[in-house]
Design a protein around this ligand. Structure first.
Ligand code: GLU
Length: 289
């Protein structure tokens, strides 16, 4: 197997201490395996994309000594690949149009108080639009035990999700006409031959959907490793919305040492070269299998 990993930032703002942890973990895992590391700019969600943010992220990664081994992939240039995958699923009858508004879905949810981050879509439009115009397009999730997805996360251990009860049929094309993140990420990982996905634990909840979608499309499932997210002082995940400060491009080492520490790796700050070789060696002891 030749290892291919990736870091897939959404260009909604500059890199911060939280996104640096995901970048570093994916980079160290690739280096520890002697593999390739590829940056993908996840700008499929055009309305959330901030102009200039992608270039800023790429420049920061460069200053921090993390260079994509191949030219970065831009989701905004991959519409044809998403459309082709969508058409294949459509041809097998796995996709149906949905006319529900968010409000209607919320109103009809039987388990609206379930603890899960994603509330299951109740399947209202499975057998027809009932005269409503099509808004989104959803992928059918089978009922029963076939819907239970189990995978071994290299950091978090065994994970199980019942797609039917916890997620329901999920959107691949959104009501605003954009491709959904779940479709884009699965098609991109498959086309890039990604063998190992290393990212933040906030995406743990999406992984079962992605594995099911890989099965529907007949593409391989990569290995997954989800690193703990970085929280701010009041326990919220660091993000632009929760006030994360942008990384200082001219002071990479302190931030890198801090990010490594979050990953349980204690290495002294020396030069970028000594940092990366020590951190890679530490990571390899834990994860190079
Ligand atoms: N673009 C996503 C983010 O920035 C990451 C997606 C992924 O790694 O699969 O949170």
């Amino acid at each position: 197997m030749s290892y291919r990993g990736r870091f897939a930032p959404s260009p909604t703002g500059p890199l911060h201490a939280g996104s640096l942890v995901s970048a570093l973990a994916s980079f160290l895992d690739a280096r520890a395996h002697g593999g390739r590391w590829i940056v993908r700019i996840e700008d499929v969600d055009a309305p959330r994309t901030v102009s200039g943010a992608a270039d800023e992220i790429l420049a920061t990664l460069d200053h921090f000594g993390m260079h994509s081994d191949e030219p970065p992939v831009w989701q905004s240039e991959r519409g044809a690949a998403y459309a082709a995958a969508f058409a294949r699923l459509q041809a097998t009858g796995l996709i149906y149009p949905c006319g529900c508004t968010r409000r209607e879905i919320a109103d009809s949810l039987v388990n609206a108080h379930a603890r899960h981050a994603t509330l299951a879509y109740p399947g209202t439009c499975r057998n027809g639009l009932h005269g409503k115009p099509a808004r989104a397009w959803r992928l059918r999730v089978p009922d029963g035990d076939a819907t239970i997805v189990t995978f071994e996360d290299r950091w978090q251990g065994t994970q199980t999700q019942n797609l039917a009860t916890e997620v329901g049929d999920f959107a691949l094309k959104r009501a605003d006409g954009l491709w959904a993140y779940q479709l884009a990420v699965v098609v991109d990982d498959a086309d890039a031959g990604i063998t190992h996905v290393v990212r933040g634990a906030d995406l743990l909840d999406s992984t079962a959907r992605q594995i099911y979608l890989q099965e529907c499309l007949g593409v391989p499932t990569p290995a997954y490793l989800h690193v703990p997210v970085v929280n701010n002082d009041i326990g919220e995940k660091l993000s632009k919305q929760t006030g994360a400060a942008p990384l200082d491009r001219n002071a990479p080492l302190g931030a890198l040492v801090e990010a490594a520490r979050h990953l349980g790796i204690d290495v002294p700050a020396g030069s970028l070269d000594t940092f990366y070789s020590a951190a890679t060696a530490e990571w390899a002891k834990r994860f190079a299998r």
